[in-house]
Design a protein around this ligand. Sequence first.
Ligand code: HGY
Ligand code: MN
Ligand code: MN
Length: 437
Amino acid sequence: MSSSALPAVPPSVLPSVPPPAPSSSPHGALSAARILERIEALARLSEQPDGLTRVYLSAEHARANALVGDWMREAGLAVRVDAVGNLIGRREGERPGLPCLMLGSHLDSVRNAGRYDGMLGVITAIECVQALGAQALPFAIEVIGFADEEGVRFQATMLGSRAVAGTFDPQLLDLADARGVSMRDALRAFGLDPEQVADAARRRDEVLAYVEYHIEQGPVLEAERLPVGVVTAINGQQRFRIELEGMAGHSGTVPMALRRDALAAAAECVLAAEAAAHAVPDAVATVGQISVAPGATNVIPGRAVLSLDVRSPRDADRERVARTIVDACTAIGARRNVRVSATQTHVLDSCACAPWLRQQLAQAITADGHRVRELPSGAGHDAMALVGLTDVAMLFLRCAKGISHHPAEAIEAEDAATGARVLLNFIQRFRPQGGAH
Ligand code: HGY
Ligand code: MN
Ligand code: MN
């Protein structure tokens, strides 16, 4: 499909205008109310009329970049969009050109998403920069709204943060979305040049650290009545596309023994994935998407395509579970005379958060009067892709019942204020690791 068939997308490359002088007050007040208002405003930029879905390089993504870009400029950040669609705001330190403390998270969402996953980290970082006012720091600050962390549109995830880390694989440009639009064409329609994606990569000496503030997306902090926590490590993840080719046929005439039913084979594969993960402590495996063809009541499914997501805190376990599942699917296909092919679309090893950054986050949490709780992250985050570029850490915020990737995702206003205060305190106390740069 030619790019002209794509939805008209306003030019995403925002004019890089110099920021207004930082507000005169040395330390503006943090406003949890403004954070929550902005969360609501951003949640309305959705392709889904009755919920939140915002995918990479969509018209909604362009509008989110424009809106968040305005908020960045209000906070005194110089704003640009990089070669893959990340939104970047920069605040200089006590002199221009200093290496930066990089903050942020992602602006894309899953389908029918919650409104805090990703967005809370970007909006709160902007709020903290605004609260810094004219305070001169011995480092620059960059706030990044990553363009694609969830990987909903093209099935490969962390595209924005990989590009910043310099690990974006150009072969990904040929991936196509459900309508057959390639990432290459989608970048062009967004106003970007796919031949320049490598320009998004940053040098190690430009970045002192990356710290991501994010909802926990799990139940631990709420269960322990803690508003915030420090992430120790982020579980590794692997994704596959599993295609099953059988034989479509008349549902009324083909005897059961002669069928090559792709969906029945797929159903066995789903259960095999569940069983393989159950067998290994802390491992998880999920089939979140399935498509079936031709998709008629009276036709035996000739083709099915599954997504597969496998995770574990231990990379060897994750690889073993993934291999077990792929082997099981292949065996199921052989027994049913259904051709099965599994293609790995994404892999990220587990990521350790830097002890020196965890310690500075812990100090900020203690200074705000809370017990320090360290915990692993089962969810993936852009920080995993950035660990090749710089040291990373994450500050977690409690979320209601640990619900996420669901419209019921929620936080308390008081916690939004606490999280912002702790992040601001971390920023103001931040000292680069001795000799790190
Ligand atoms: O899938 C994840 O863990 C993240 O929300 N992208
Ligand atoms: Mn997510
Ligand atoms: Mn997220």
